[in-house]
Design a protein. Structure first.
Length: 322
């Protein structure tokens, strides 16, 4: 059984999850006593994958894939699977990959399990641990198909350096126009800021901020911490913040190392979307807010008093330890 890993990139740069799935695939390949090959699409950083145990990279350069297209990417990866005779394909659990992976699995007649949080419990039978019920529990799932596709949850395994000599092989794929039956008409991306998907720290706020004019202190706190900013659904619905910052079960999932929730009561849909974060800190005036039951640390207080003090202390700490 050979291991193939799809490493995501954007504008020629690998995403953080590319290094995590590469690290994960390297460990699985070690368990299976085999090597791991990476699929790279339009990246200019292929040699960097050698820092995470990848011994071979299939380098796909194709202008038709400059913008993510689930059908096109699934077809390209499927051709790489055939080229390598791979039986285990490892991908991330990003929004794009969750769109692409089912199409890939269907074309390969493969079993697909997303949201995997650990290396396989068993190789024979092939059994993986994944989250279930909106991260409230775990399921141990066996994949019985000859070809298997697994999606690794963000921040579940971590990035592990394992320097290896890497061979880059150019891999041409021809894609028919009919594959691109849907196309992106317009893409609006936030630039110059940490993204929610890649951030180790996320600072999020809710209606307790009282209005969009008060978001400066959230931006300042995020800036001090090197964090991404986020918000609750009511805030994005009110137009205080862009919908791209809405996190929760109905928005973007968060699996950061640290999640700071300010003025967010903690509706069940919000908690379900951020429960994969390793450490959760809550600041709220209401001691009965549901979020406190899910928090690792909680501060009962007015955000307009607590957050400025927190910013000041963090700045002092950074100045003393720089």
């Amino acid at each position: 059984m050979s291991v193939l890993v799809y490493t995501e990139s954007e504008n020629g740069k690998f995403k953080k999850n590319a290094f995590e799935v590469a690290s994960y695939a390297t460990e699985v390949a070690r368990q299976m006593e085999t090597s791991v090959t990476a699929i790279s699409i339009n990246s200019s950083e292929n040699e960097e994958l050698g820092n995470y145990g990848i011994s071979k990279v299939l380098n796909i350069q194709n202008d038709a894939l400059n913008v993510f297209n689930a059908s096109g990417y699934a077809k390209a990866v499927a051709k790489a699977v055939e080229h390598e005779s791979a039986t285990l394909i490892i991908v991330s659990s990003s929004a794009d990959t969750k769109y692409m992976a089912p199409l890939l699995a269907a074309s390969l007649k493969a079993g697909y399990v997303p949201n995997v949080v650990a290396t396989p419990e068993s190789i024979t039978p092939f059994t993986v641990k994944r989250t279930a019920f909106s991260n409230k529990g775990f399921a141990y799932t066996q994949i019985a198909t000859d070809i298997k596709v697994i999606g690794v949850s963000n921040n579940a395994f971590g990035i592990v350096e394992n320097k290896t000599e890497v061979a880059i092989e150019d891999f041409d794929v021809s894609l028919e126009d009919a594959i691109f039956n849907t196309k992106s008409a317009d893409i609006d991306k936030v630039t110059g800021k940490a993204t929610i998907a890649d951030a180790d720290i996320v600072v999020s706020a809710g209606r307790g901020l009282k209005g969009p004019e008060n978001w400066d202190m959230i931006e300042e706190l995020a800036g001090v911490l090197g964090a991404a900013t986020a918000c609750s659904k009511p805030v994005s619905d009110l137009g205080w913040r862009p919908h791209g910052e809405h996190v929760g079960q109905t928005g973007k999932p968060v699996a950061s190392n640290l999640y700071i929730a300010i003025g967010i009561s903690g509706a069940i849909q919000h908690l379900a979307g951020v429960s994969a974060s390793k450490t959760k800190v809550v600041i709220n005036t209401d001691p009965e807010a549901p979020f406190f039951k899910a928090a690792d640390y909680g501060i009962v207080g007015d955000a307009f008093e607590v957050v400025p003090q927190l910013i000041e202390k963090l700045k002092e700490f950074k100045a003393q330890n720089s």
